[in-house]
Design a protein. Structure first.
Length: 259
């Protein structure tokens, strides 16, 4: 097998794994560990670990040392890029010529459009917002794993009315919809109130805006866009941990959405 297939396997997983996991994988491969131990070393990413291990073993003329060096180089490059942090404010609502600002609607769609492997979104309220739905549909079509965590009418009590927030994504069957079950909340007043979007664990938008036309365009809403550094990765990892621990659970098929 051409060594390019090993390189492709690494490229397809590098954003999900991150520098630390890449270094662990490099160590196991350098040791000549069997497939089972390589996969066990990355319990959160078994498929990625297996794919890279298998590709390394099949690549013509690629030694374990060379494969490990390639992975360490990828980890170093990713760490260097992540160390550069860029932060800017993002606003919905009226603009100002005196103080130019980034618009929430545009930033949100751009964030979705640049995702290559993973998108995580959280919102309290949601209504069909066409620019976002089109961007999410395109992301799903190119193989991006899309997770959306929403509040439910039951969870919101009387604060939300109308259709379930999940229904905003009903036409996107590739979206995985998650929620915070009422039975797992500390008290009846607790709400799933977070509003954020994370692309490939490297770009994070935290905003007061819900995923609605009003939130993205009409209301005065404020947020922060972070590129690089640890905040995007930590946000995605926190959501993943809440899912792993069962604090967040999948919404049943047909619960207002298409997942």
């Amino acid at each position: 097998m051409p060594v390019e297939e090993f390189e492709a396997a690494v490229a397809s997983a590098v954003m999900r794994l991150g520098p630390a996991q890449l270094r662990v994988l490099a160590d196991r491969i350098a040791e000549g560990a069997p497939r089972g131990l390589v996969v066990a070393a990355l319990p959160a990413f078994p498929d990625e670990a297996a794919a890279i291990h298998d590709a390394a073993r099949r690549a013509d003329g690629l030694t374990a040392h060379a494969a490990a060096s390639y992975l360490r180089g990828a980890a170093a490059a990713l760490a260097h890029r992540d160390a550069a942090v860029h932060v800017e404010t993002v606003w919905s609502g009226p603009g100002s010529h005196a103080v130019p600002v980034r618009a929430t609607a545009r930033v949100l769609v751009e964030l979705v459009a640049e995702a290559a492997s993973e998108l995580v979104l959280m919102t309290y309220s949601a209504r069909p917002y066409e620019p976002l739905l089109e961007a999410l549909g395109a992301a799903i079509a190119r193989g991006v794993a899309v997770t959306v965590v929403v509040e439910t009418l039951q969870g919101a009590g009387s604060a939300l009315a109308g259709a379930e927030p999940a229904a905003a994504f009903a036409r996107l069957p590739g979206v995985q919809l998650w929620h915070w079950p009422v039975a797992r909340r500390p008290d009846t007043g607790a709400r799933m109130h977070a509003k954020l979007a994370v692309a490939d664990r490297r770009v994070l938008l935290v905003s007061s805006a819900n995923l609605t036309l009003s939130g993205a365009e009409n209301n005065i809403e404020a947020g922060v866009l972070v590129r690089g550094g640890t905040p995007p990765r930590r946000a995605a990892e926190h959501v993943a941990e809440l899912k792993t621990r069962g604090i967040l659970t999948r919404l049943p098929v047909g619960h207002g959405g298409g997942a």
